[in-house]
Design a binder for this molecule. Structure first.
Ligand SMILES: [Zn+2]
Length: 491
């Protein structure tokens, strides 16, 4: 992928410094400063009014829901929320910005000084600082393709004008493309859990720009930074950073100077291209928005947001690891979305043994879904079905082998577990004398293991249980079998 082929020892001399700016569209019903519908995918130029078009005399009115969402997100990423923040005009001229300015926040953003913790390659956690979270409005969209005169004209869709955004700016704490990927993944997950945005990157609900520079390891002063703009997937952010780091090192190694500029990522070519240098950069001439009063966030308002804050992914994973005896990997699977984790936990609480529900879900259902390339919501087995299966297993009414067979049928016929169980109801051998007969056969066939058991290696009882289960075709009642094996071996 990288255009350069610098030797590893050269690359190793340098350290990258990365900061990320993430724009997030808020999931409000209406826009930030007017009553227009906030909706992606409407007919072009249908959700517009004098306010979001910036017509003379139109006045903005702040959407309270946008403030609720912005402050909820701020709390979720451990920011301090300012009691008094100021909206500002960010002036620039662009065809899809009819007002000629964007309402944003400048030196007094709504929230500052947050952080999120991200896993590192070493398996530890690293804290990435968040400089600020501010509120602003989105611009419209210039459409360059798909219309009759697209070859000679640019079309404008102003539906997006005035869509409420939060911009989250990280500290330059990130030191590797992988860390940037993890930061974005965690941030998106937190935002999804709070419900303030759908974070749909294809629809532009979440957009990320990256600032990156390189310096010699151990240096105090950061190198000249380059901004990589409009990268539309986290994977591409990682790839763009990998490319850009090598490019900058190569410039320095060949005696050149990195130019401060904005660059665009081209995914097809796997490289970044210069967009504009700092000399041509905008001077936004920020000044306080005269049509909006300062935003006051009262203590009561903030306490209500704090009360609304859901259990966040990191904390939830830690609790679930303890509560259900999970590996970190399994906890990550179960908490992939808040909705899924909620459904799992609601179901698990109704079961005899919640840990067993986790186990059946992950190993039996998860394994089959993975093998078939299906998403959890496409599973033929419902959460209630999983609970029933776990309970039957727990009560010893079916063996784990029978459970596997029933799940095989469920997936093959796309039927829920209760239906399959009702019809197939596996036979169980609950007759002690019949089981004893089988145990005797197995014991006779394995004198060496019997010797080991009697010499004190009692864990080998499991071997006999397994063997009997096999010859009974999984039909021996597990509880009874365990009891009888122990009795026979002792005898
Ligand atoms: Zn409007």
């Amino acid at each position: 992928m990288p255009a350069t082929a610098l030797p590893p020892e050269v690359l190793a001399k340098y350290e990258p410094v990365i900061g990320l700016e993430v724009h997030v569209q808020l999931l409000t019903a209406t826009k930030a400063f007017c009553g227009c519908v906030n909706h992606f995918g409407s007919e072009p130029n249908t959700n517009i009014c004098p306010v979001c078009l910036g017509l003379p005399g139109a006045l903005p009115v702040l959407n309270a829901k946008a403030v609720e969402f912005a402050t909820l997100a701020a709390l979720a990423i451990n920011c301090q929320v300012r009691e008094r923040s100021i909206f500002a005009r960010k002036n620039y001229f662009y065809p899809d910005l009819p007002k000629g300015y964007q309402i944003s926040q400048y030196d007094k953003p709504v929230a500052e000084h947050g952080f999120i913790d991200v896993p590192t390659a070493k398996g530890t956690m690293k804290r990435i600082g968040i400089t600020r979270l501010h509120m602003e409005e989105d611009a419209g969209k210039s459409l360059h393709d798909g219309f009759a005169d697209s070859a000679t004209r640019t079309y404008l869709d102003l539906n997006r004008c005035g869509t409420p955004l939060i911009e989250i700016v990280s500290e330059p704490d990130i030191r590797a493309p992988e860390e940037a990927f993890e930061y974005l993944t965690r941030l998106k997950e937190i935002l999804l859990y709070t419900g303030v945005s759908d974070c749909n990157m294809e629809e532009g609900s979440l957009r990320s720009d990256a600032n990156v520079s390189v310096m010699l390891k151990g240096a105090e002063k950061f190198g000249t930074k380059v901004e990589v703009k409009n990268v539309n997937s986290f994977r591409f952010v990682r790839a763009a950073l990998e490319y850009e780091i090598e490019r900058q090192i190569e410039v320095i190694e060949s005696g050149g100077r990195v130019i401060q500029e904005s660059r665009l990522w081209n995914a097809d070519e796997g490289r970044t291209f210069s967009m504009r240098s700092k000399e041509q950069a905008h001077d936004y001439r920020y000044f306080p928005e005269p049509d909006l009063p300062p935003l006051i966030v009262s203590r009561e308002f903030l306490e209500r947001r704090r009360a609304e804050l859901p259990e966040l992914p990191e904390g939830r994973r830690a609790r679930m690891i303890a509560e259900y005896d999970l590996s970190p990997q399994d906890a990550a699977t179960l908490t992939a979305s808040r909705e899924f984790a909620d459904r799992f936990e609601a179901a698990a609480r109704t079961a005899r043994n919640p840990r067993r529900v986790a186990n059946v879900l992950l190993s039996e259902v998860g394994g089959r879904l993975k093998a078939l390339g299906l998403e959890p919501e496409q599973s033929p087995v419902s959460m209630a079905g999983i609970v029933q299966a776990a309970d039957l297993l727990d009560e010893g009414k079916i063996s784990s082998k029978q459970l596997k067979q029933l799940f095989d049928i469920s997936f093959e016929k796309r039927e829920d577990f209760p239906t399959v169980y009702q019809r197939e109801k596996p036979e169980q051998i609950t007759d002690a004398s019949a089981i004893e007969l089988l145990i005797d056969q197995v014991i006779a066939a394995n004198p060496k293991q019997v010797e080991q058991y009697r010499a004190g290696k009692t864990t080998i009882a499991g071997f006999f249980v397994g063997q009997v289960m096999k010859v009974s075709k999984g039909q021996a009642n597990p509880a009874l079998l365990n009891e009888l094996v122990a009795k026979k071996l002792e005898g």
